[in-house]
Design a protein around this ligand. Sequence first.
Ligand SMILES: [Zn+2]
Length: 168
Amino acid sequence: MVKSKKNEFKLYDMDSDVQEWRVGNFQRGDSWRSDEIYRCKLCHTKTNNWQMGGWPGMGPRLICPGSGYKEHKHLTELFELYLDIEKDVARYASISSEAPPELKEKSEQLIDNFKTKKELLEFKLNKMRKLFLGKVDDVELLDETAAIRDYYPRCIIMDPDKTLDDVE
Ligand SMILES: [Zn+2]
């Protein structure tokens, strides 16, 4: 794990309004710890390890520790499918409310169909999250009283080659 070069024991407030990390004067590749825990919306892995990265501009970023595993890629695909279906439910529920009598029954079946897909995906997503549970969390200098924020991982490891089975 990469350790912060400066202020090893300082915890930074990463609130975008505060931008406290700027005082750290971090360079590309430096890392530091935030005063809150960030939980990946996909796999629920927790981290407070921030890194300076990006190209050409630099900015702080979070890389989900779970994203180095093949299971994360699979989870991402399922999650995208889930988001699509969630949109479909909303779209068709709205159209269905205008359906003429002869289409009423069929359109209700269609909505039920989407809802079943959504439930199935929720089930599968939760099952996959259990594989990650606490296995690759990367939280330091904080205890269980720390605040937890959910985030969508925008930076991920593109071609993971490890699997969670390799984790002790
Ligand atoms: Zn993740």
